[in-house]
Design a protein around this ligand. Structure first.
Ligand code: FAD
Length: 431
């Protein structure tokens, strides 16, 4: 059971577990609950969910194309950006303190505003949120936060029911203002309902830019629950000092694993395990290689296959921290353990390796649970997306997803989504 917003306050509604993405998830919601939500919805042309690099790029390009933040009751020519964080910066505000501007791989500017020249030693979690805040202010994007979206569903499930007179969330439109023919906007079949913990919006288009940070991926291994030490994901990592005096197993073959291996191995003993032998490339990740990788990911995304890990897509490169770890003898890879025991891990050859901490540097998954009511997941495990647009729901755009999951990709995807929305979904119908 999960809660959805309802004009009478918070009401329990039977929603299938998030992430199932089945059409049953839609049908499991009672008609009464859907009607109540629809009647209370504020009309808006575009809802952007998430205000990281991708969402801000989309909002900027919507503004450039003449849309303004939602303030009017009609909702015409407006957009609204909803973000779950308390402040600007998207996932950057949560990166570990030692991830400095020197150790990030290169952050692309947001559109229309250069990053300030930062001190390379300053933490990315401070520099980038300040830059994002300045950007939001300069372009008057009026991001609403903290506002978490918990469901997106199609409006008009029981279209035609007259609009009610229920209380509405602050700032929302009167239902008859946009719906015409006595229908509330949330009951117009052409709209998507975006349900959040601060009201419901009935949108002509939705741009999903929710990133991955809120979905750390923890693989399951036998005996995991018996471990007496500390287990954490990189999303919870704060500093190497926390591990002094403990032997740490670091799991994962990506950039984060190697960065943190370098840091932690300076203060304590580490054991680095990966499923596959990491292969470091001496070749630069130049334009032709970058384009080839993006094209391959774009094709996977079109087919609805789950986005693969960054390291699988790009490979590993000799970075300064990788070389530093290697020089100190810390970059010694071991095969993945076969089980976890209370005081350590059991290796495939039967050897026991004692450990007091396990750090899972095992990546993230796209944060898409709130899209489950749309039933878009295909057997490949992902949502079919072509050039930012969901193939099976043309009013939905996914950016920062698949081929656009980088700061440069997010920027371009935001522009692309805004262009298509304005041209194809908001253009007045020919008379
Ligand atoms: C450790 C690390 C280092 C990286 N370094 C680089 C680098 O050097 N260069 C580079 O190009 N890329 C880098 N990346 C990738 C880069 O961070 C991302 O591609 C990009 O910043 C993601 O932007 P985004 O807008 O898609 O997501 P995010 O920045 O994660 O923003 C998503 C926003 O959506 C919000 N949100 C999520 N769910 C909801 C919801 N249900 N309702 C409302 N709001 C919601 C979140 O709170 C968040 O504010 C790195 C990633 C990691 C993990």
């Amino acid at each position: 059971m999960r809660q959805i917003w309802n004009d009478g306050g918070m009401q329990n509604a039977a929603v299938a577990p998030a992430g199932t993405g089945t059409t049953e998830a839609v049908d499991a919601v009672s008609d009464g609950a859907v009607d109540a939500v629809a009647e209370a919805a504020a009309a808006v042309d575009v809802v952007v969910i998430g205000a990281g690099q991708a969402g801000l790029s989309a909002a900027y390009h919507l503004r450039r194309r003449g849309l303004v933040p939602l303030r009017s009751a009609t909702g015409r020519g407006t957009f609204v950006v909803l973000d779950a964080e308390a402040g600007p910066g998207g996932a950057w505000q949560h990166r570990w303190p030692s991830l400095t501007m020197a150790s990030v791989n290169g952050i692309h500017d947001l559109p229309g505003m250069h990053q300030p020249e930062p001190d390379p030693r300053s933490p990315s979690r401070q520099v980038l949120p300040e830059y994002f805040a300045a950007f939001e202010e300069q372009f008057e994007l009026a991001v609403r936060r903290p506002v978490r979206v918990h469901a997106v569903r199609r409006a008009g499930k029981r279209a035609g029911r007259p609009a009610g007179s229920a209380d509405r969330p602050a700032g929302s439109a009167a239902p008859a203002a946009e719906g015409g023919e006595g229908r509330a906007p949330g009951q117009e079949p052409g709209r998507l309902l975006v349900e959040s913990d601060h009201g419901v919006f009935a949108a002509r288009a939705v741009v999903n830019a929710t990133g991955t940070w809120s979905k750390p991926f923890w693989p399951r291994y036998p005996g995991q629950e018996t471990f007496r030490g500390r287990q954490l994901h990189v999303a919870q990592y704060a500093s190497a000092a926390e591990f002094e005096g403990r032997r740490v197993v670091i799991v994962g073959g990506g950039v984060s694993a190697i960065q943190l291996l370098d840091e932690i191995s300076r203060v304590t003993e580490t054991l680095w395990v990966t499923r596959r032998e990491p292969v470091f490339s001496e070749e630069p990740f130049d334009e032709p290689r970058r384009i080839a990788v993006i094209n391959r990911i774009a094709e996977r995304t079109r087919q609805g296959l789950t986005p693969e890990s960054v390291v699988k897509a790009t490979g590993l490169f000799w970075t300064p921290w990788a070389r530093a770890a290697q020089a100190r003898g810390a970059l010694v890879r071991h095969p993945m353990f076969s089980r976890i025991e209370p005081d350590g891990v059991r290796m495939p050859d039967g050897a026991f390796e004692p450990a007091q901490a396990i750090l899972w540097a095992t990546g993230f998954r796209p944060a898409l649970d709130h899209l489950a009511p749309l039933g878009l997941r295909v057997p490949g495990g992902g949502i079919r997306v072509d050039e930012t647009r969901a193939v099976d729901e043309p009013r939905l755009f996914l950016i920062g997803y698949g081929p656009s999951a980088s700061t440069v990709g997010a920027n371009r995807a935001g522009r692309r989504a805004a262009t298509v929305i304005v041209r194809e979904l908001l253009a007045p119908a020919p008379s």
